[in-house]
Ligand binder design. Structure first.
Ligand code: ACO
Length: 322
C-alpha cells in the first residue's frame, strides 16, 4: 500500500495587514490586552471583492510549483473552509476550473479550525485506498467576513489566509496516521448561529457572525489537543522525543504553549505564526507548514505532528514524515 507524501507546500496572505493598534481604534481594546491574552500582534484581511477562492488559488499555484506538478496532474481537490464563496458549487469545484483541471474529484470539507486536518485525512485515505495518486489539499478562509467588528471578544482573534499541500502516492513514508474527533454537544460554545436551512434572516439583518464562549473553548482546546497528541504517539508506538516539530493550529499562543508543555517540547520545536497571522481557522496549519518548509526549519525526513481544535467541537491530529 502506498503512503501519502507531501511533495509541495504553498500559502498566501492578503496584502492588507491589520495591527492591534489599528484595531484599538475600531473596538475598545489594546495592543497589550490582545498580545497578553492571545499572542497576536497583527492579522491579514482580504480586500473587498477578494474571496476564499482567490486566496486558495494563490496558495495552490505555489504548492503545485513547489511539487513540480501542474493542475492536470491532480486527481483530487479537497478544500477545508468555513467561508466558501458560494452555497454551491463547492469552492473546490470553482478552484478546479480556475486552475484549469478537468475531471478530478473536488469537494469541500467543513470542520472549522480542524478543517485542514480533516481534509488531509480524507486525502490520505483516498491515496492509501488507491483512489487518488496526486491530491491537492487546501485550507482557505476569509474569516473576517463572519466577524462582528463591534465584538471585541472575537474580532481581535481571527484573520484571513490560505495554505495548500500537494500529496502524492509514494513508496517512501509520508502520513503515518490521522486521528479525527468531534463532539456536537458543544456546538453553541463556538458557532455562527445562521445558515441556509434556518433561513436568511440573520444574514440579511447582518447577524451571521461568530459567537464564542472563549474560556470554555480555551479549556476544551487544551484538554482535547493534549489527548489527541497522546493518542497519536500511542498509535505509532512513539515517544515524544521522536518528534522533530509540532505544527499546531494557531489560535492562541497560550493554547500552543500549554500543548507544548504537555508534550515536554521546547518552544524552539514549535512552529508559531499566530503572532503575525492571528487565527486563520482551517488555513492556519498549512500556512505554518509552508513557512516551516520555506524557512528551512522543516527538513526532508523529519517527523512532525499537526493538531487542531475548533468549532463543533472538532479536533484531530496527523503524524507526518516530511
Ligand atoms: N480587549 C480588551 N478587553 C477584552 C477584550 C479585548 N479584545 N475581549 C474581552 N475583554 C475583556 C472581557 O470583557 C473581560 O472583562 P471583565 O473581566 O471586565 O468582564 C476580560 O477582558 C477577560 O475576558 P475573558 O474572556 O475572561 O479573557 P480570557 O483570559 O479568557 O481570554 C480569550 C479571552 C483570548 C478569547 C481566551 O478565552 C481564548 O483564547 N479562548 C480560546 C478561544 C479561541 O481560540 N477560539 C478560536 C476558535 S477555537 C480554536 O481555534 C482553538
Amino acid at each position: 500500500m502506498s503512503s501519502a507524501r507531501i511533495t509541495g507546500t504553498g500559502s498566501y496572505l492578503p496584502e492588507r495587514i491589520l495591527t492591534n493598534e489599528e484595531l484599538s481604534t475600531i473596538v475598545d481594546t489594546s495592543d497589550e490586552w490582545i498580545r497578553e491574552r492571545s499572542g497576536i500582534a497583527q492579522r491579514h484581511i482580504a480586500a473587498d471583492g477578494e474571496t476564499t477562492l482567490d486566496l486558495a488559488e494563490h496558495a495552490s499555484r505555489r504548492a503545485l510549483e513547489a511539487a513540480g506538478r501542474t493542475a492536470a496532474d491532480i486527481d483530487l481537490i479537497v478544500i477545508a473552509t468555513t467561508t466558501p464563496d458560494q452555497i454551491f458549487p463547492s469552492t473546490a469545484c470553482l478552484l478546479q476550473h480556475r486552475l484549469g483541471n478537468v475531471g478530478a474529484a473536488a469537494f469541500d470539507v467543513q470542520a472549522v479550525c480542524s478543517g485542514f486536518v480533516y481534509a488531509l485525512s480524507v486525502a490520505d485515505n483516498f491515496i492509501k485506498a488507491g483512489s487518488s495518486r496526486c491530491a491537492l489539499v487546501i485550507g482557505a478562509e476569509t474569516f473576517s467576513r463572519i466577524l462582528n467588528w463591534e465584538d471585541r471578544s472575537t474580532c481581535v482573534l481571527f484573520g484571513d489566509g490560505a495554505g495548500a499541500v500537494v500529496m502524492e502516492a509514494s513508496d517512501k513514508p509520508g502520513v503515518m496516521s490521522t486521528h479525527l474527533h468531534a463532539d456536537g454537544a458543544h456546538a453553541s460554545a463556538l458557532h455562527v448561529p445562521a445558515g441556509v436551512s434556518q433561513g436568511y434572516d440573520a444574514v440579511q439583518e447582518g447577524r451571521a457572525f461568530v459567537e464564542m464562549r472563549g474560556s470554555e473553548v480555551f479549556r476544551m482546546a487544551v484538554a482535547k489537543m493534549g489527548e489527541v497528541v497522546e493518542e497519536t504517539l500511542a498509535a505509532n508506538n512513539l515517544d515524544r522525543e521522536a518528534l522533530d516539530w509540532l505544527i499546531p493550529h494557531q489560535a492562541n499562543i497560550r493554547i500552543i504553549k500549554a500543548t507544548a508543555k504537555k508534550l515536554r517540547m521546547g518552544m524552539d520545536k514549535v512552529i508559531v505564526t499566530v503572532d503575525r497571522h492571528g487565527n486563520t481557522s482551517a488555513a492556519s496549519i498549512p500556512l505554518a507548514l509552508d513557512e516551516a518548509v520555506r524557512t528551512g526549519q522543516l527538513q526532508r525526513g523529519q517527523l512532525f505532528l499537526i493538531e487542531a481544535f475548533g468549532g463543533g467541537f472538532t479536533w484531530g491530529s496527523a503524524l507526518i514524515r516530511y
